[in-house]
Structures are given as C-alpha cells and as structure tokens.
Design a protein around this ligand. Sequence first.
Ligand code: FAD
Ligand code: 2HG
Ligand code: ZN
Length: 479
Amino acid sequence: SSAAAHIQRNPTYSVLNSNDVSYFKSVLGESSVVQDEDRVAVANVDWMGKYKGSSQLLLLPKSTTEVSKILSYCNSRRLAVVPQGGNTGLVGGSVPVHDEVIISLGGMNNIISFDNVNGILTCEAGCVLENLSSFVENKGFIMPLDLGAKGSCHIGGNISTNAGGLRFIRYGSLHGNVLGLEVVLANGTVLDMLTTLRKDNTGYDLKHLFIGSEGSLGVVTKVAILTPAKLPSTNVAFLSCNDYMSCQKLLLAAKRSLGEIVSAFEFMDRHCIDLAMKYLEGVQNPLPASPYNFYVLIETTGSDESYDKAKLEAFLLRSMEDGLVADGVIAQDISQASNFWRIREGISEASVKVGAVYKYDLSIPVEKLYDIVEEMRSRVGGMGEVLGYGHLGDGNLHLNILSSKYSDKILEQIEPFVYEWTSNQRGSISAEHGLGVMKAEKIHYSKSSEAVQLMGSIKKLLDPNSILNPYKVLPQSVL
Ligand code: FAD
Ligand code: 2HG
Ligand code: ZN
C-alpha cells in the first residue's frame, strides 16, 4: 500500500474516459499516450517505493504546445494531473495519489542554446541533469547544482523542487541561478518568462513562484540557467572527527582559511559509513584504520592547482594539530575522489535497501543540528537505525530512520516530535526536498498561517479548478 493511502480522493475531479484518451491521441499521437500497464505502473511509484498512485494514463508531450493543449483540456474537463520529471523526488510529490493523469516531461529534452560568453544555458525542462553537466563541461562551464540523483533527475524537476544539493554552499540557490522560465499554466496559457538577463527589475519576478512550487502552479517547459566557469583545480578531502563539536569547529575553520575555494562541506555520521560499506558496491572506506563517530567531505575548487592543494594540505595539518580532525586523506587521483563522493552521494541509495525508510530534511542552526539525531536515536531505540548526514555547510540535516518494515509504532516515535522540535528551533521541516504529499498538511510547522493563506490564494488564482498536483504542497484547509 501507499504511504498516502489515507488521503481521500476529491470527488469533484472527473474520471478518465475513452473520449479523453482519444482526444490525447489526436493531439500527441498514439505512441505518446501510454496505457500499457507495466509502463504506467513504473510512473505510479516513487523512487523509494513508498508512494503509489493508481493512474491509468501516462502522457509524453514533445513540445510546449502539446503541454498547453493537454492542460487546457484537463482544466475544462476537470481532470487532475501530476507533472513528472525524473521521478527521484523524496516526498511523494512526483506520483499520483489517486488516478491523476501523469504528464512526463521526459520527451522534452532538447538543448536550445548555449551562450558561451556569459555561460547561459537554455534548454527544455526534461533534460537530465547529468547530460546538461556533460554538455556545459565540454564548453568550459559547470552546472550550478549537483546531486546524487543527477543520472535521472530533470532540470525541470530540480527547479520545481528548488533542489539544493552538493554545490549550494558555493553557488547558492536556483532562485539565484535560474534566469528565465517558460511555464504552462493550468488553463493552457503559455507564460513566457524565458529571459537570459542577469538583471531585470521590471515588475514582480514571477518565475520565482514556479521555483520550488512542486508542480502545483504550472508546468515548467523551458529553462534558462546561469552556469559558472569550470575552474581547473579541484581537490577532495575525506576527514574524520571524534565528536560533533569538532565538525562544527571544522566548518568555521574551513570558512575562515579555505574561504573562497570551498565548494562542498558535507558530513556523515558513523552509521552512514557502515551502511554505505554494506550496501554500495565497489566503494572503499577511505579511513579504515579505526571507526570514527563523524566523517566530513570537503571539496575545494579554484584556479591555481599548486596553491589550492597547498592550502588544503596546510588546513588539514592544522586541523589535526588542533585536534579537530582525527584522521584524514586527500584524494590523489580522480578515482579516489570519486570514491569519496560515491560514499556521500550513495547514502540515499543504500538507505532504501534496508526495507523501510523515513526521511526528514531539516534546516536547523548548525549548533543544534545533531541534537535531534541523538534524541531520535533514543526515542526509536531498537526499532530502527537512525542516520544523520547532510549539507553541514548549509545547515541542512538529512535525518533517516531505517527499519525492516513500515510500522505505526516507529512512526509514532518520530512524528510529530521531529516537526515540533524543528519548529521550536525556528528551523525548516523541508530544507530542499519540498513538501509533496508527505508534508502538505505539515506546512504550519515552518510557515505562519497568514503566509499559508496567501499561498492558498495564489494557488486559487493560478489554478482555480485545482487540477495541478492535487493533495500536495498546501493543506486542504486553504484550498
Ligand atoms: P520529480 O521527482 O519527477 O518531481 C519532483 C516534483 O517536481 C514533483 O512535485 C513534480 O510534480 C514536480 N515536477 C517535476 N518536473 C516538473 C515540471 N517540469 N514542471 C512542474 N513540476 C514538475 N534533492 C536536493 O535538493 N538535494 C540533493 O542533494 C538531493 N539528492 C538526491 C539524491 C537522490 C539519490 C535522490 C533519489 C533524490 C535526491 N534529491 C535531492 C531529491 C530531489 O528533489 C530530486 O532528486 C530532484 O530535484 C527532483 O527532480 P526530478 O526530475 O526527479 O523530479
Ligand atoms: C542527499 O543530500 C539527498 O543525499 C538525499 O538530499 C537525502 O535521502 C535523503 O534523505
Ligand atoms: Zn541533500
């Protein structure tokens, strides 16, 4: 069963019929209207296998015009839809809750243009992030974001979730890096905001409404994104710390003495390393001599190979002398560096192999960030294993609770405690994964009722029939 099985279907939505299917075939062509049970089944289930819908129809538009025709029809027929990118989302946002029509952007994967002087990429929303990375790297640029799901996630999905990821500490949010968007609204209107300007203060900056709104306000069809120059020297260090306080101090020390070249600062506790070693094929523990409580991955990216390396080595030496770092190693070649990254990026993948996983993605002040992991460990006791890891440099904790199967008894120990605790710290209950269906009813832990009311008004203005990604993002009470 689905983790969203308790949600009632909204009876005001129509039920798909054969006329609908005929209409879609007339617009998209036979092969882009998928009713094959096996193919639809794949699109009904999320990456964790935790959220499952019962849609009968998967649509594969190839152009903005086709997306517009689909939405305009669904809006007039009151057929609910769910936009789907790479289906790697972790909050059940990318799959139907009931019988919503799935609109996959996978067929819209063309690169439109690349501005070599300013490093601006314009492409369709269904481009896979890793393909875009390779494309811009060949031209001497990099994507401003990187994440473990890069091989499957789409840029449109990244924008719709406002994905953070591993380069956020250096290049910041997609709210800064996305320069323009083309979006199709619920009634089929094509909203052209596809500028490539760095500066443009003409009226309200509407594109920001669609960055992070998880397909609830429109379907993103095209994207213009700023890509930073690729710098020649990258170094990666894998370090261990005996306690969390040392990780914190190490972060501050890295900001002070590695400053402008830091491009990632990630942390993992001992349980993450154990899990990675158990479930990820071909990875090696870079610091096998002894088990440590915490591990930190620091990446630097800069323009001077010998200077950057010397700087990182001196930093490592000093941190060991000061007792912040227990042990550490700097990658000597690309394969060692990718092994370090594989461990960090592979934790998610390893976490779903145990059976059941409860994932929380929290923004918490760094001083308090590990307290919740320890409290959770004592609450859950022998019922599950608790992992703490994440983007320490951004104050973003990933709290994962693993168990052999889903059970109400574990969930009662976790929720609402985790949300209340985070709210009391004025943290965020979703730092980067969004709310999806998992946390639509939990938004008040991080947002005031006035803010949520206004979000409801915006939703009603843009999608009056509420056909776009129902049951997600906002609580039913404001719709
Ligand atoms: P999907 O999962 O298909 O969709 C996500 C949401 O966006 C859904 O609500 C969907 O309806 C909507 N959507 C998708 N495409 C469109 C569109 N074109 N228009 C409108 N709405 C759309 N997230 C991070 O922030 N940082 C990480 O480091 C990170 N690492 C991850 C690692 C792994 C291994 C996995 C599995 C996930 C990770 N994630 C991370 C979660 C993250 O949200 C996604 O990986 C990614 O941003 C989603 O892209 P997608 O194309 O798969 O979108
Ligand atoms: C990461 O940083 C992702 O690895 C996924 O955001 C986190 O699976 C998770 O909980
Ligand atoms: Zn993350």
